[in-house]
Design a protein around this ligand. Sequence first.
Ligand code: UT7
Length: 331
Amino acid sequence: MTIKISGTGSALPEKTVTNFDMEKLVETSDEWIRERTGIAQRRISTGDTVSTLAAAACQSALEDAGVSAQDVDLILVATCSPELLLPCCACQVQSALGADRAVAFDLNAACSGFLFALNTACAYLNAGLYRNALIVGSEVLSKLIDWSDRSTCVLFGDGAGAAYIERTEDRVCENGRRVGIESVVQGSDGAKGMVLSCGERAVANPFIRQEEAVWPYVRMDGQEVYKFATRQVPRCIQEALEMAGRTAEDVDLFVLHQANVRIIEAVAKRLKADISRFPMNLSRVGNMSSATIPVLLDELNRGGRIKKGDRIVLSGFGAGLTYGASVMVWG
Ligand code: UT7
């Protein structure tokens, strides 16, 4: 038996906000944003929520896989920007899809969330508890952004991506590679947590009212996150490749978290892998946290860029701090 991705989907808000639009909001320039990040525009919600975007992405992943919502056993939504604390987004998605049989819950590992959801779903499927899962990364970060802080507001966008994964019989592709997920690696470094944070509500009840104000917007030490990413991402990709018994040379595409083109270039350099194997979409959609990897994966899948038998690596990093990587053969 093996576990493979059988369908992908994504959903983006309609509104496009360009760097020139950002110039009207904060002291910035198209030139600065492009040079430092590679981002030219992002999609911003004018009403879409984490659950509506997630449900739309799931619907299209189910259609791509050719299965119905009633077939779904497990729905995992990775998000750090849910519109409600209760119920969780995955239950809202379950209801929107009519996936009555599914077990649904959320998890939050910020930008690494999709990989953590993939690993969690694989653990359930490998344990034999479920046969399939919808895994989703969905974010409306625009409501967590301080739109007067130029160091963060230019970076992020809204969107959702989903993948339908299932347990299937072993199958060998024409190129001799065995289809399925070969390895997953994940890690956390909570001691560095406050370099990328966003507050919620302070403790307040009839017995205590915390004096310290909570800052309910994203705050980031960009350079610390940059250093962490350029060190940790290549390291965990190497670990995932070793676990799968492969090297970077055996990989056709590296589908990385889309935060900054310079981070992706640095990872490519450390892995001694040509940058042409690192597809990117961040110039068009910005950093959508947990949604970046599945949205890019869906674009590559639908655009015919990923072919059966291709070996791909997914890898990301984010708040927590967290990081992860997975090696798989598409089929
Ligand atoms: O999903 C994980 C999310 N986070 C990340 O991936 C973040 C990783 N880090 C980064 O991508 C980069 O650190 C940034 C893109 C956030 C920043 O790039 P940088 O090259 O590290 O710039 P910096 O923070 O050192 O800032 C350089 C200058 C500063 O001005 P001074 O002090 O040199 O006068 C900033 O105030 O650029 C200024 N600056 C801006 N200027 C124009 C910061 N943001 C902007 C802006 N427009 N939007």
